[in-house]
Design a protein. Structure first.
Length: 293
């Protein structure tokens, strides 16, 4: 992911400098992942077809998990990389939807509008009581932005190696001694990453949220310095690390561990314990491991 492209994208997100009418966001509905779901994955809507998020939740499902891809990836990538099959193997108690939230939505300043109007608002209207966002890299930035703009509508966000801004802002936060000691501007410009960090600073006072926030990243990820700044403000059991960089190998390992911990709920969910607090590496469940291969 090119840093300059993402910095420009966030600036244009609010400035509206890129022309073009907002296009409806397309998504793929992969159905219910919980126990009792069909053994074979339900056939998803064709790639590029609007997600049927306005339909009623699957029997037993009141939770929807929406996946947001990184730059260069598409909604279907989550299936190809094993995220969907792993969630079903783990019995995740949720309907799964992957949004085709590509860079164009960020560049046109429509990511929040389209994700809300085309996917999330219809889900709320349909009766989903919990909505979780799982964002990878650029998708993590999108998840933060949507949660910030629609407080109370998102129950939780999972950030896997999120892109959190340029070195200037990160150095400023680090030089202050971390998020707890950093004093953000009273009203940072919307196109300033300080607005993102100001929102994240809320976890210093309310570590558990809302919304609940889980962070995962590889130990040699190129954005790990930013991740470490955020990790210091979160409960230890909400932060996962694994060996690896800014790539799908690391993200698969992190996703498996999140499922094994029951981070988003599921048939096999287990409560975090003191031992979990100290367990920062990733160990997958056998079922999820088979599904990821």
């Amino acid at each position: 992911m090119a840093r300059i492209s993402l910095a420009l994208a966030l600036a244009l997100l609010v400035a509206g400098c890129v022309p073009g009418a907002p296009a409806p966001m397309r998504a793929i509905d992969y159905g219910y992942a919980g126990r009792g779901a069909a053994a074979a994955p339900a056939a998803p809507a064709a790639a590029g077809a609007p997600a049927p998020a306005s339909g009623a939740p699957a029997p037993g499902a009141r939770r929807m998990v929406v996946f947001l891809p990184g730059r260069g990836d598409r909604a279907v990538t989550f299936d190809g990389e094993g995220f969907i099959s792993a969630a079903k193997a783990a019995g995740l108690d949720a309907d799964l939807v992957a949004a085709d939230a590509g860079l164009g939505y960020y560049m046109r300043r429509t990511i929040v509008e389209r994700l809300w109007s085309d996917v999330l608002a219809p889900a709320v209207a349909a009766g989903y009581s919990e909505i979780w966002l799982v964002g990878i890299s650029m998708g993590g930035l999108g998840a933060i932005t949507v949660a910030r703009e629609h407080p109370g509508a998102v129950a939780g966000i999972v950030l896997l190696a999120p892109y959190l801004g340029e070195r200037e802002v990160l150095d400023e936060v680090a030089a202050a001694g971390g998020l707890a000691r950093w004093m953000p501007p009273a009203a940072p410009a919307p196109d300033d990453f300080r607005s993102v960090w100001k929102w994240l600073r809320g976890y210093v006072a309310l570590p558990a949220g809302p919304p609940a926030l889980w962070l995962g990243y590889g130990d040699v990820d190129r954005y790990r310095s930013a991740h470490a700044l955020l990790a210091a403000a979160l409960p230890r059991d909400r932060v996962l690390t694994t060996r690896g960089g800014h790539d799908w190998d690391a993200w698969r390992a992190l996703w498996k561990e999140l499922l094994a911990r029951g981070a988003l709920g599921g048939a096999g969910a287990r409560a975090a314990t003191g031992a979990d607090d100290d367990r920062r590496g990733c160990a997958a469940s056998a079922a999820a491991d088979r599904a990821m291969r």
